[in-house]
Design a protein around this ligand. Sequence first.
Ligand code: HEM
Length: 516
Amino acid sequence: MLGIRNTRLQVLRQWRSMRNVWFLKMRTELFLRSRVCGHCIKVRPPHRRPDEPPLIKGWLPYLGIALSLQKNPLAFMKILQRKHGDTFTVLLAGRYTTFILDPFQYHVIMKNPKQLNFWKFSRQLSAKAFGIKKFATDDDLNEDLHRHYLLLQGKPLDGLLECANQQLKEIFEFQLLKTTDWNTASLFGFCASLIFETTFSVIYGKTLAGNRKKLISELRDDFLKYDEMFPYLISDLPIPLLKHAKAAQMKVIKHLMPEKLAQMQGWSEIIKERHSVLEKHYLPEDFEIGGHHLGFLWASMGNTIPAMFWAMYYLLRHPECMEALREEIDSLLQSTGQKKGPGFSIHFNREQLDSLVGLESTIFEVMRLCSYSTIIREVEEDMTLNLETSSYHVRKGDFVALFPPILHMDPEIFEAPEEFRFDRFIEDGKKKNTFFKGGKKLKYSVMPFGLGASKCPGRYFAINELKLLIALLLTYFDIEITDNKTIELNYSRLLFGVQHPNSDIQFRYKVKSWRS
Ligand code: HEM
């Protein structure tokens, strides 16, 4: 009798504990559901259908595998790949996301631009990160703005680079070349300041107000605070920090409202055109105008700043690379009749920058190691993904994604992929673009700039700006690292571009001795 009672009690306890776990899960889910805008938690049958990719839901409601992925994205994706193959679906922050890891299948995204839609995802991101809501109701606005991205390439790019040369001449002459002794600085802060001031002036021109230095420093500091908050803004989670993140966003938007930008002289062609488009779609006092400028500003610097940091970090850690690049730059200066020496007289045009194959290889190697840009599309209607080896059904509202770090760190493509080798992208003194996997030529080998509809329109400017800055720093300064600590990637903005370092590092620089 007592035995039966004990068994009943055990069953009751088990049932209660199961019920509590279930309640906890439901409460978390409902809480998140009530706070999360734009996404709904998908209700799925507990098992995948036979024609769907393997499904990994993780153990956390809503978040799914998000935390495991963020801890060590590459290692975790490799575990999933070993277990489930090159195509699988995961629950990731409220979305079922099908990853295609086989680089020979990447073209699926390009082949189905209508069924695999970039704009929906991009609209949600613009609303969260930049406060732009109008894309959801005004398709023409998106198209009008996109048309002008061509002003970042081709002939207009020459103008932007000319302006960058002028801008850097000022920064070097009036700031960096002023002292003759060693200066110690934090590398990330130094790179962020240099990229911010150069890029902002190239795109928006210069302020007419007298206190120019103060204004640009204020804007830079507010932008960098906003950028720090960026992962929280896009995370979708109801975290207390979100309030601070929104406040930081608002602060930068205020700097970028039309009446403030009207005080700038020398807008680039792209800003003039964007201004006309925004005037057509908004009233002058509409806050979203500032949001559009913030979006463009972030796109132009959000990745370039950490890319510059990592390029300098690897240069400082690899003297053989620094030496080789110095030789390459010196020989370009000689062949173009330019003399190193006191005073800032050096100028590099696009053709000259293009000839710096060692520097370009270094930048691509840095991107290979540090870029986690993930290509994401939303499935418009239930559809079949026809891959070479098999076909999979994916559902409306799910995401399909490519995860290039798997490609970047594939030892079959890049020997010793975890090592920094600055000359990886050089062959017989020329740029090397051809890489193989399993004896087959790859169409894509390094993908920091996205693919297809979402490919970065500023990529040529970005590479040239980085080259220009690094070439000038190496020409005018002796540079040394003063910290011994090893820096790693901080994955807080996982899936979004070049990752930030987990810590800053000290370095020192001194104007080359010909000046003394
Ligand atoms: C190292 C530097 C850079 C990297 C790694 C980079 C990477 C990317 C990536 C991956 C995207 C696509 C995002 C997506 O799929 O959602 C993108 C978009 C974009 N980038 Fe860049 N970018 C860089 C620099 C720049 C610069 C310097 C500019 C402008 C001067 C720029 C302008 C843009 C714009 C306007 C978009 C949005 C395109 C659209 O809406 O379709 N980027 N960038």
